[in-house]
Structure formats: C-alpha cells, structure tokens
Ligand binder design. Structure first.
Ligand SMILES: [Zn+2]
Length: 57
C-alpha cells in the first residue's frame, strides 16, 4: 500500500504486512516514519523523530 509523505508529498510504499512500530522512510526526502496504526486500506504514520527506540536498552 502507499501513503503520502507529509514533508514532500511524495509516495511512500509501505509493505502490506507492515506492523505497528515499523519504520518506513520516504524515498524522496528520507524522512522516517513510524507506523502507528495498520488498518484495511491504509496505515497511519507519525514522524519518527525520536532516535533510539525501546528495544530494551
Ligand atoms: Zn518525503
């Protein structure tokens, strides 16, 4: 599925099996987004600004 980059309005390809928490990046501007919700027909993303995730240390 595809979604739109908030920064450059480019198309971001999100894997159909994307899961919550997955990071995708815009191929045009490189902005990284975190998948916050997966629903039928689309995903919700938020900019992944925080560096370092909770991978337990
Ligand atoms: Zn972009």
């Amino acid at each position: 599925m595809k979604t739109t980059c908030e920064v450059c309005s480019g198309a971001i390809e999100v894997p159909n099996d994307a899961i919550k928490g997955e990071i995708v990046s815009c191929p045009d501007c490189g902005t990284e987004y975190e998948v916050i919700e997966v629903k039928e027909g689309g995903v919700s993303l938020k900019p992944a600004e925080e560096v370092g995730e909770d991978w337990g240390e």
